[in-house]
Design a protein around this ligand. Sequence first.
Ligand code: GLU
Length: 314
Amino acid sequence: MSSYHSPLTTDRLPPAAGPYSGRFAPSPTGPLHFGSLVTALGGFLQARRAGGTWSLRIDDIDPARDSKAAADIIPRQLEALGLGWDGPIVYQSARTARHREVAEQLLAQGLAFRCACTRRQLSAAPAGADGPIYPGTCRRRARAGKTRHAIRVRVEPGVVGIGDPVQGEIACDVAAVLGDFVIRRADGPVAYQLAAALDDVDEGYTEVVRGADLLYSTLRQVYLHRLLGLISPAYLHLPIAVNAKGEKLSKQTHAPPLDSARPGPQLVAALDFLAQQPPAELGTYAPADILAWAVVHWQPGRLRGISRRPAAAV
Ligand code: GLU
């Protein structure tokens, strides 16, 4: 990633207007693990410290990976940890019509194109910062709507950047570093990038707190906001929790689910991961008391410049 410190090369976003509004947006691919707890807790503390609201959005738009069981267990895990959200749970699948409409609109405007490249064809593409860079094969070809195709955004050169309170100023030329990206998959669902970009603005979040593994996704989403004339929220990227092999905790790397019977020690381990220096005895307190301490002491600046950290074994 190119990271600059000159304000001339960084797109400064306007400060959020009005009260703080944040969200936690897990994909229901499995129960929450320590890595998801870190993201949920960081977002919760940002919102509560600002006296704002914190919503729970279940990103259930990928039928091949999502499960109803996970969508049901995640809210219960958050409740056991005392991480209460505001308002009803938001289900991303309820907004599929809006996502599809915008994908079609970008296509009609020539800002996106139909792409019939197979995974195999793309395997020879040059490596970018976050996966292969699309070689442009379908950019200039008119593909009939009936052939199986994905929809890709036509990314034009230009620097996109964010100012992040933890990661600093991050900027890159999305065209050069990431390339044209998919906004609707060939197998049907609208891609995460477009769904998240639209929902985060439409739902009025003033700040998105997420893991640093999504930094490049954020830059793609800010690119989409610009294309659509939308004002981006602010962003804060927390360090990602990695296992002993240096892999991000996830279902694929067999991260164990959180144990709802031991919320205190898990909250304290997550606070320690977030460099909040919790006192040792805090783990014996009730979740509500631990969180009350954490809101008062919350200082995300302690994580400055850290993008990954080893996860605690809890
Ligand atoms: N639902 C996605 C995830 O769980 C993205 C979250 C986000 O956009 O912050 O990784």
